[in-house]
Design a protein around this ligand. Structure first.
Ligand code: FAD
Ligand code: 2HG
Ligand code: ZN
Length: 476
């Protein structure tokens, strides 16, 4: 059993005493997760400022059997970024490694340290007249390292892909302290196994990501958006098909929002007005962007919506008439997540199915939940264009949140996940597994898949020191 005081002294000597936090008042923000559902303990919160320091810290922990929880912005919704209550791990937070190292506008790449926040990365790209297209509601806090470790998705995946599609190279400190690097910005490199892929979506279990090379895209010059009341989820899927056919790659986002989700966000946000009259049961937020003319883009949106109305898919639509309208629409969409947290938390099912099955999934899951807990508010929304919805039943307005969650969390999430599985879907589309979904993998991943995941883990981290207890369920 390592002596915690010795650990603190050794790690302070590497990063400096002010970068090794031990006072509970200093560490609390790091040991508690974003939604305050998981509270752990840490020997110390260690804040290295260079890859070399990360390597020295990890080498020491490896030699002395000390567990490490890698942490970025601590915005995980799955309890993946905080330690458990044993108090035998350090948190290694990357926030001091927040430098953009290079932007190459000929290669359309950006090289940065892993602790750069997503919003800073987007701003740096913008200043270089480029777009870094990953867009998620937590962008002010989440870090590029965390985005890579979770293979983050968000609202622009339909057009640009998720984080895996945007990473060209990674630098990572391995569990024994060695530094792996593929920071070369190559779009083609067939020299064997693509090792960087191992770290994307590995949730801190295989290495500490310290830097990355990311793809940059042309910066759009035109943007328009509409909130559209659709006849049903099936009509929404048909509308997406029309939009893709008519507007091609300008279709950037296609987000479903249920009436309960819209009502909730309007209840919690100040100065928010629903974009459409009459509380439509289902809405979609459609966004087109392009590097071409604003007028052309807007008329393309109108044409798609007119055909949608003609085909009986759309009941009503509100088209943004200015950039501030577009921003106001997005505010309504992005704040749905926090509105649920403020309402005491919902039953989070971040699921995906093939787009061809999504309407059927929503109908079936909706009916099942309404049978099990009829008064639930059906907060259903998200990235329909990717086949990914956040199916998040919420307590009725009058019921206590804890009571509702205790009574229904397990049965509802099992039912929803079971349905998703039967439709060839995934029980975690973009938020990852963490601890919240870890043991569910035993039901939904084959023994071959789980066996392979453990073989990879043991090959890189035989002592199970990196983010132990996360992602990988114990096998009997
Ligand atoms: P953390 O929460 O700190 O960590 C997440 C995981 O990554 C942990 O397992 C941790 O150990 C590991 N990790 C972190 N940094 C490193 C590193 N440098 N090296 C190795 N491992 C590391 N997610 C989406 O995909 N799409 C969304 O639309 C979306 N919207 C959100 C909206 C809100 C309001 C909130 C609170 C969260 C949202 N998320 C979303 C979830 C979350 O923001 C993402 O998972 C994000 O990528 C996590 O980044 P982070 O830096 O906060 O990582
Ligand atoms: C979103 O799309 C995020 O808003 C958060 O992925 C989803 O809070 C959630 O369930
Ligand atoms: Zn999402």
């Amino acid at each position: 059993m390592p002596n915690h005081q010795r650990t603190i002294e050794a790690l302070s000597a590497i990063v400096g005493p002010t970068a090794c936090l031990t006072e509970p008042s200093d560490t609390q923000g790091y040991t508690t997760d974003y939604r305050k559902m998981y509270r752990g303990l840490a020997i110390a919160v260690v804040l290295p400022s260079t890859t070399d320091e990360v390597s020295q810290v990890v080498t020491w922990c490896h030699a002395n059997g000390v567990k490490i929880v890698p942490q970025g912005g601590n915005t995980s919704l799955m309890g993946g970024s905080v330690p458990d209550g044993a108090g035998d791990a350090i948190i290694l937070n990357l926030r001091r490694m927040a430098r953009v190292l290079a932007i190459d506008t000929l290669n359309d790449t950006m090289t940065l340290q892993a602790g750069v926040t997503l919003s800073s990365a987007r701003t740096s790209a913008d200043q270089a007249e480029r777009l870094f297209p990953l867009r998620i509601g937590s962008e002010g806090s989440c870090q590029i390292g965390g985005n890579i470790a979770t293979n983050a998705g968000g609202t622009a995946v339909l057009r640009y892909g998720n984080m895996r599609d945007l990473v060209l190279g990674i630098e990572a400190v391995l569990p024994d302290g060695q530094i792996y690097s593929s920071l070369r910005g190559l779009r083609k490199d067939n020299t064997g196994y693509d090792l960087k892929q191992l770290f994307i979506g590995s949730e801190g279990t295989l290495g500490i990501i310290t830097a990355a090379v990311l793809k940059l895209m042309p910066r759009p010059q035109a943007a328009t958006a509409a909130f559209v009341a659709v006849r049903s989820p099936a009509a929404a899927v048909e509308l997406l098909g029309l939009a893709k056919k008519m507007a091609g790659p300008t279709v950037t986002a296609f987000e479903l929002v249920s009436s309960d989700a819209m009502n909730l966000v309007c209840e919690y946000l100040s100065n928010a007005t629903p974009p459409l009259q009459g509380q439509p049961a289902w809405m979609v937020l459609v966004e087109f962007t392009s590097t071409g003319s604003q007028d052309l883009l807007e008329s393309s949106m109108v044409q798609v919506l007119e055909l949608g109305i003609e085909n009986g898919l759309i009941n009503d639509a509100a088209i943004a008439s200015s950039l501030s309208d577009v921003q106001a629409f997005w505010r309504l969409r992005e704040e749905i997540s926090d509105a649920q947290t403020r309402a005491g938390g919902s039953i989070k099912c971040d699921v995906s199915v093939p787009l061809s099955s999504i309407a059927n999934f929503i109908d079936e899951a909706y009916k099942a939940v309404k049978t099990m807990a009829p008064e639930s508010r059906m907060v259903i929304y998200g990235h329909m264009g990717d086949g990914n919805v956040h199916f998040n039943p919420l307590r009725p307005a009058q019921q206590d949140a804890k009571e509702y969650l205790m009574a229904h969390y397990e049965s509802i999430s099992n039912t929803v996940d079971g349905l998703v599985h039967s439709l060839n879907g995934s029980i975690s589309a973009e938020h990852g597994i963490g601890v919240a979904k870890r043991d569910d993998l035993l039901k939904y991943k084959s023994s071959v898949e789980l066996g392979l995941m453990w073989q990879v883990k043991k090959a890189l981290d035989p002592q199970n020191l990196l983010n132990p207890g996360k992602l990988l369920p114990s096998l009997a």
